[in-house]
Each structure stands twice: as structure tokens, then as C-alpha cells.
Design a protein around this ligand. Structure first.
Ligand code: AMP
Length: 212
């Protein structure tokens, strides 16, 4: 399975990616996670990305494209992968298309997890991450268990201001790439409202019907 997970910030991409990669046994490639790791490690790439991420801006294509393409060329991605948060611009989608064509591989699906803008801010601002397990919680909808609650942290870009900026970028830069995948009959739209299990089931059954 070679798939892309796309959606507005806070749609549940991270949560669903975690489940889907287990189900399909494929590597999870999150450019957001890669960039956060680079920022944490203080690498040159991390230093370039930090300011953009804090503001909720997209990191320039020149930084992200090389990083993502290099990752999918690694051997563990040979029989499949899940791209989470990449591509996010037309230039990224174009670069990915070229790289996949050169490798003679094809995408199986692009899954759009759709959530209305009004719900996004509430979801993002209440989001908390467990730095030990990487699990994602929400203070109201999916509170962490008592033994985890004390150690959860909030992402630097999960403030209301950065969230609004990310949402704006999603509409101006990322949504316009969807018709490209739709024209190749790869796009699957899934309603992102509901419990995590319900949404996982929706995605898996949509992928099964695509394969059948
Ligand atoms: P995410 O974890 O996917 O929500 O990404 C967090 C932040 O990392 C984004 O708001 C961007 O600043 C940056 N980022 C992640 N993926 C990309 C990408 N494909 N292109 C540009 N910036 C990205």
C-alpha cells in the first residue's frame, strides 16, 4: 500500500496514520515529525524550519522536498509507505510525481480526512502529545490516562494564532493539489467527524472498495 494522508491541521491525520501503518505494516513518513526532530536536534535543516513552523507557515519547498523524497527512496519504503503531511503544495506534488514515475511505482490512494473549519481550532488548541509514546490526546475528547496526564505537552504551533495561519495555508496551498489526485481517481474523501475507531473503519473500508 502506497498512500498519502491529507487534511486540514487537526483533522486527525497523526492519530489515523498511527493506526493505518500498523494495519498495513508500512512505514509512517510524517514530514511534520521529521521537521520537529530536526528542530529538536538543532540541525541546519531544523534551524531553517523552526521559525516557519512556529508561525504556522509552510516550510519552503526547497527544504521539504529533498527531505521527503530522500526518505521514500529508502529500502523500507520499497513495498509501501504512508505519507502524512506531504505533499502540501503543487511543487511538492509535482516533485513526488516525478520521483515515483522515475522509480516506476504508483500510488494506491490519497485519503482526505475532511473536517469543517469551525471544528479545527477547538480540536487543535485542546491537543496534547505524550513525548514518551508519541500518542496524541485531547483534553476534552480523548483525555490522557492519569499516569500519562502529568507528562503530556502541547506543540508549539498548537496555539490559536498559529492554527488559523495553518488553516489558511491548507486552503490556499494544499487543497489545490486535490484535483490532481482526483483526476487520477486516487482521491478518497472520508468524513473526519466522529470517534477515532469509527474513522479508521471508514478509511479501511474505503480503501478496500478502491482495491476491489
Ligand atoms: P504537521 O505535523 O504535519 O501538522 O506539520 C507541522 C508543521 O511542519 C507545518 O505547519 C509546517 O510548518 C511544517 N511542515 C510539515 N510538513 C510540511 C510540508 N510538506 N511542507 C511544508 N511545511 C511542512
Amino acid at each position: 500500500m502506497r498512500m498519502i494522508l491529507v487534511g486540514p491541521p487537526g483533522a486527525g491525520k497523526g492519530t489515523q496514520a498511527e493506526r493505518l501503518v500498523k494495519y498495513y505494516g508500512i512505514p509512517h513518513i510524517s514530514t511534520g515529525d521529521m521537521l520537529r526532530a530536526a528542530v529538536g536536534a538543532g540541525t541546519e535543516l531544523g534551524k531553517q524550519a523552526d521559525g516557519f513552523m512556529k508561525r504556522g507557515d509552510l516550510v519552503p519547498d526547497a527544504v521539504v522536498i529533498g527531505m521527503a523524497i530522500e526518505r521514500i527512496q529508502q529500502t523500507d519504503c520499497r513495498s509501501g509507505f504512508m505519507l502524512d503531511g506531504f505533499p502540501r503544495t503543487r511543487a511538492q506534488a509535482g516533485a513526488l510525481d516525478v520521483a515515483l514515475t522515475q522509480a516506476s511505482v504508483q500510488l494506491d490512494a490519497v485519503v482526505l480526512i475532511d473536517v469543517a473549519d469551525e471544528r479545527i481550532v477547538e480540536r487543535i488548541v485542546g491537543r496534547r502529545n505524550d513525548p514518551v509514546t508519541g500518542k496524541i490526546y485531547h483534553v476534552r475528547y480523548n483525555p490522557p490516562p492519569a499516569d500519562v496526564a502529568a507528562r503530556v505537552v502541547q506543540r508549539k504551533d498548537d496555539t490559536e494564532e498559529a492554527c488559523r495561519a495553518r488553516l489558511e495555508k491548507y486552503h490556499s496551498e494544499t487543497r489545490p493539489i486535490l484535483p490532481f489526485y482526483d483526476s487520477k481517481q486516487l482521491l478518497i474523501r472520508v468524513d473526519g467527524e466522529g470517534g477515532p475507531d469509527e474513522i479508521t473503519n471508514r478509511i479501511i473500508s474505503a480503501l478496500k472498495s478502491l482495491a476491489g
